[in-house]
Write a protein that binds this ligand. Sequence first.
Ligand code: IPM
Ligand code: MG
Length: 385
Amino acid sequence: MTELQVKQAVEKFEALIREQSARSDKIKEIGDAVDYSKLDKIVIGICGGDGIGPEITKRSEEVLKFLLADDVKAGKIEFKEIEGLTIENRIAHMKPIPDDVLEELKSCDVILKGPTTTPQAGDGMPNIESANVAMRKALDLFANVRPVKIPEEGINWTFFRENTEGAYAVGSKGFNVTDDLAIDFVVTTTEGTNRIAKLAYEYARRNNLDRCSIITKANVIKTTDGKFLNLCKEVAKDYPEITTDEWYIDILTAKLLDEKRRKDFKVLILPNLYGDIVTDEAAEMQGGVGTAGSANIGKKYAMFEAIHGSAPRMVQEGRAKYADPCSMLRASVMLLSHIGKQEEADKLEKALDFCMFEDKKLTLTGRDTGCTCEEYAKYVMENIK
Ligand code: IPM
Ligand code: MG
């Protein structure tokens, strides 16, 4: 390694520290969460995304429009379709979210977003940050809330994944110091941790859930995970009626498979990367990643999406029309609940539970051995009572 390489690396690190410190200061200035009941009109943005995204998003939009027909007629809710959040357009602009698309997104209150393709090192696409990750940062969507339930086993988990920090904060800004040395960074801030912890505990309190589990790897990632753990434990003190326990991420992934213990978990609070990984595992247990929705909540904006990716292989193999819309329909349940349409949210959730777990008249296999995405969405709609 040359002295120049050291100097260049230090300069890059300095820039990251300044950027993250400024971000941390900015969080302190953010006011209260928006009260949707006080808005004259709620604008719901619809973004199809890539791969199977447009198909599953369109079907969910139809279901939402069906449920919200009266509000749309009365001008209280408006749907706004947003084009341009595609991998082609992002590459053309060399930006994770082209400026005009970001402006459109910001003109909405909440967004339903289909999965977007994320370039990965070595796949031939330019190194553009994931649109998801960029949107979470640009709209400061600090909480990723992912429910997973398996009613017949008594499992009802809600994951509160921190959504703007951890390994993701500067995930695309790590660097190769030399040909032999690559470095990435993990970021934890006080404000960033406090706000996810408070949201999780408030949720537990509101829903009479008596247990919160804090998940880290603080025995190894001592500084950032250690800070996350300690701050969550501080927040826990304000919620004495809730039992708090701590788990390391490795044993937690095992315990979620332990049939005797796993139903004891209720609310789980995790740094970004662990939340990403574990929620795929949990969703798979529920019936596949295609069945789980995800809410990205900030104080001003919120975005709702599937927890899975854009499945380009399904499109290449001509199977997009067999994609499972349940993830986006679950996301739609969360969207409805978030904007105060609890009755509509409950109706959709009931219909989904009935179709997915009880009736099972139609099944999705991802290919022509099962029903299509459109047929399934219709099936759910028919069961909305
Ligand atoms: C998710 C996804 C994203 C993430 C990808 C697409 C960048 O896996 O929402 O869980 O890692 O957060
Ligand atoms: Mg993920």
